[in-house]
Design a protein around this ligand. Structure first.
Ligand code: GZL
Length: 318
């Protein structure tokens, strides 16, 4: 725990220092070339992360090569191959799924190109194949959402679940954490569960099918706000009141989620901070300078619900 605490303090401290005087500290980065393989633009969270990485690269004068994989791992692997062929100084990777990265990461490792993982982790036989992972604790996020729902329902609810992308770390771990939380309450069970692929459109479509298939639904647990907002639309179109007839809990903390909580439709969201640009380029600079980095930097998360949404909505940065 101390280790995580130290990492968190370092992370917060270095982020705080960077945001104060970045213009002076990194002017000499103009000859740094970094390849960034981004998953796509499936959610508000994702576009906020892309904006943070792009703006931080600009602020530091880093030459950023950006690739949008349109949700396909093969496109990410191709992009990493191109970055390696161009002999970039470092790679930032947001891996769409956990597995299948060994060969391409071995190639980068052989070329001595540091790979900074942001927002999602990978499963590899040797974690020397990546330099560091900067991400939230998705199991903790799922647990926070489950504990909140248990308290709200007195431990009794039929729940439908909208899962994220199959095989993605946040989908696997948010499910795990939520199930750990509700396991403490025999009256809480997940009656239906299907992927909504982290998108609003698919989340709405799956929720419509859940509603049509009958059975009591007391709550929806969505692995991200975009799917939750789609589910809210489906609940309203079915003539029910989201947030009242059917509770809605989700994760991310994007601004539209706060707007929905103020309207009384979304009940709670667990923030998963996407503004990873400063920490990502901190790690790039330390890695290219040959400094040792912690293998895992955990981004701190916080739960918001309708009792707090109004007070903080104007200060939300994404
Ligand atoms: C979480 C990130 C997830 C978000 C979704 O770190 O990988 O992917 O929760 C996004 O909104 O699509």
């Amino acid at each position: 725990m101390i280790r995580i605490l130290q990492i968190t303090i370092v992370c917060i401290f270095s982020t705080a220092v960077l945001s104060v005087d970045t213009k002076n500290s990194f002017a000499d980065n103009k000859d740094l070339t970094v390849g960034f393989s981004q998953i796509g633009a499936e959610s508000g969270w994702r576009t906020a992360e892309t904006k943070s990485i792009r703006s931080e690269a600009k602020k530091r004068g880093v030459n950023l090569k950006f690739s949008d994989a349109q949700q396909k791992q093969e496109n990410q692997i191709k992009a990493l191959g191109a970055f390696i062929a161009q002999n970039v100084d470092a790679i930032i990777l947001a891996p769409v799924v956990e597995t299948g990265w060994e060969p391409i990461l071995k190639k980068a490792h052989r070329r001595g190109i540091p790979v900074i993982l942001v927002d999602r982790g990978v499963k590899v036989t040797n974690d020397d194949l990546y330099t560091t992972l900067i991400a939230s604790d998705f199991v903790a996020e799922g647990r926070m959402a489950g504990d909140w729902l248990a308290a709200k329902t007195g431990g009794k609810a039929n729940i439908v679940e909208l899962q994220g992308t199959p095989g993605a770390a946040p989908a696997i771990d948010r499910k795990k954490g939520f199930e750990q939380a509700i396991a403490k309450h025999p009256g809480m069970k997940i009656t239906k569960s299907q992927t909504g692929e982290f998108t609003r459109a698919k989340g709405k479509e799956v929720m419509e099918a859940f509603l049509k298939s009958g059975g009591e639904i007391d709550a929806v647990y969505a692995h991200n706000d975009d799917m939750a907002l789609g589910a809210i639309q489906a609940i309203e179109e079915a003539g029910k009141k989201p947030g009242v007839d059917i509770l809605v809990v989700s994760i991310d903390g994007v601004k539209p989620a706060f707007e929905s909580m103020v309207e009384g439709k979304l009940n709670c969201t667990v923030e998963c901070n996407p503004l990873l640009g400063p920490a990502a380029f901190d790690a790039v600079e330390q890695a290219v300078a040959g400094k040792k980095l912690p293998k895992n930097t955990i981004v701190q998360d916080k739960l918001f619900d309708q009792s707090t949404a109004k007070d903080v909505i104007d200060s939300r940065q994404y």
